[in-house]
Write a protein that binds this ligand. Structure first.
Ligand code: IFM
Length: 455
């Protein structure tokens, strides 16, 4: 084990886990009364997903859940982050709960607890019920009210046993990729719409915070997971430094400011060149309902080139240049562990979250399986080790870090990239659904084991 000292830097109760989300792993899209989601429709639309792939089967986790939980236990994981599919719970997004859908998550939670694995549940990881989309989706304020009912249903059923909750996963992606540039479901291309959707997602978060608080165990920790992406200047010209601030508002402030400060960044709608979001009385108070912890999904940074008189916002590929000496994952994302330390320190200084949990961090590489029981992925182990080290550096500077969840437990449906990008610590041979623990999975298991042994 290469990092004995590193493991000892973390407190005994630090949560070491892995993450997944419902549509990316479950499959079984027509089973037990599940309704359709915007991702079923989007993936079925030609040209939207790599090779027309869909999540219809994915990792078949819906049927293989007990063995997947046993696999996690064999890795010695302390925690598991999963998401609940809203269309399994309310097939049309409103009305009575589908008990078969709730039963699945009930069994999952019990299986985790039976193996001493702490469950962390995300209410929304992008699979909006299609019926709600047909009524306007996140452009319709009523969707936030429907989300409140859904949160209450789930809170009542699982809230006695699930100690960690996230309302939304990455609302930036749901709003901007879904409504702004159309790379994700529902595939709309309209910057103003992204801004409106973002506001309604935040309202849904605020409602869900309150409904969960009223229904789940008193010691439960409630939060939201944001994908945050620190921006760095490529040169020191005033134009570039201004562009860095603009990108930072777009990437980070758009969701951080309303949640922690109760208002949007002042310049945001000007940056977008759109009207301000549709804020009604009481919205910002609801959105800034105090959270117990901030979930941070960190993968990379943005390196901002010179923007002469043009706005970098909304043209994400044009906002980033490559560091020629950089290393990149198969997603084309630069591997930049110091960005995680910087981000943690800045968040702590600027927003003072009570706790931070890294709810996602990981890398896609073109892993190869030899048909036996080995998949060698040294770059992924290095990626994890470097980011865990970066977290330790933040921890010793006083950042209140409470957990780390590697993305992902296993290879899965990577949205518009289909199955072409493998993020798992466990390899999935999709034709046979065989799972093979990668070398990085073994590395992570050994690291956790060592951390346990040190306390
Ligand atoms: O697979 C996604 C996940 O659903 C959300 N965060 C980023 C991951 C990798 O792209």
């Amino acid at each position: 084990m290469q990092h004995p000292h590193l493991a000892s830097l973390f407190p005994a109760d630090f949560l070491w886990g892995v993450s997944t989300s419902a549509y990316q792993i479950e499959g079984a899209v027509h089973e037990d009364g599940r309704g359709a989601s915007i991702w079923d429709q989007f993936a079925a639309t030609p040209g939207k997903v790599h090779q027309g792939q869909t999540g219809a089967v994915a990792c078949d986790h819906y049927h293989r859940m007990p063995e997947d939980v046993a696999l996690m236990a064999s890795l010695g994981l302390k925690a598991y982050r999963f998401s609940i599919a809203w269309p399994r719970i309310q097939p049309e997004g409103t009305g009575a709960a589908n008990s078969l859908g709730l039963d699945f998550y009930d069994r999952l939670v019990d299986a985790l607890l039976a193996h001493d694995i702490v469950p962390l549940a995300t209410l929304y990881h992008w699979d909006l019920p299609l019926a709600l989309h047909q009524q306007g989706g996140w452009l319709n304020r009523a969707t936030a009210n429907h989300f409140a009912e859904y949160a209450e249903i789930v809170g009542r059923r699982l809230g006695d046993r699930v100690p960690w909750w996230l309302t939304l996963n990455e609302p930036w992606c749901a709003a901007f990729l879904g409504y702004g540039n159309g790379l994700h479901a529902p595939g709309m291309h309209n910057t103003q719409a992204a801004f409106v959707a973002g506001h309604h997602l935040l309202l849904a978060h605020g409602h869900a915070m309150q409904r969960l608080r009223a229904t789940v165990r008193a010691d439960a920790q409630l939060g939201i997971a944001l994908n945050l992406n620190p921006a760095y200047p490529h040169d020191n010209s005033p134009e570039t430094l201004r562009a860095v601030q603009e990108v930072d508002r777009f990437n980070n402030g758009w969701f951080l400011d309303p949640i922690f400060r109760g208002h949007y960044p002042e310049q945001l709608s000007a940056d977008f060149k759109v009207a301000p979001p549709p804020i009604l009385d009481g919205d910002m108070e609801l959105i800034s309902t105090p959270i117990d912890y901030l979930g941070v999904n960190y993968y990379s940074r943005s390196l901002i080139p010179l923007h002469q008189g043009t706005s970098p916002v909304g043209t994400s590929s044009a906002t980033v240049v490559s560091d020629q000496d950089g290393h990149f994952t198969e997603m084309g994302w630069e591997i930049y562990p110091p960005g995680l330390t910087d981000l943690m320190v800045q968040l702590d200084r600027d927003y003072r979250p009570r706790k931070i949990v890294i709810t996602e961090n990981g890398a896609a590489f073109p892993d190869e399986w030899d048909g036996g029981d080995r998949v060698d992925d040294p770059r992924r182990s290095d990626y994890l080790a470097a980011h865990i080290q970066a977290m330790a550096t933040a921890l010793v500077q006083g950042v209140p870090l409470a957990g780390y969840f590697a993305w992902a437990l296993m290879d899965n449906f990577e949205w518009a990239e289909g199955f072409s990008k493998r993020f798992g610590l466990v390899y999935v041979d999709f034709p046979t659904q065989r799972r093979i623990i990668k070398a990085s999975g073994r590395w992570y298991a050994a690291f956790i084991q060592q951390q346990r042994a040190g306390h």
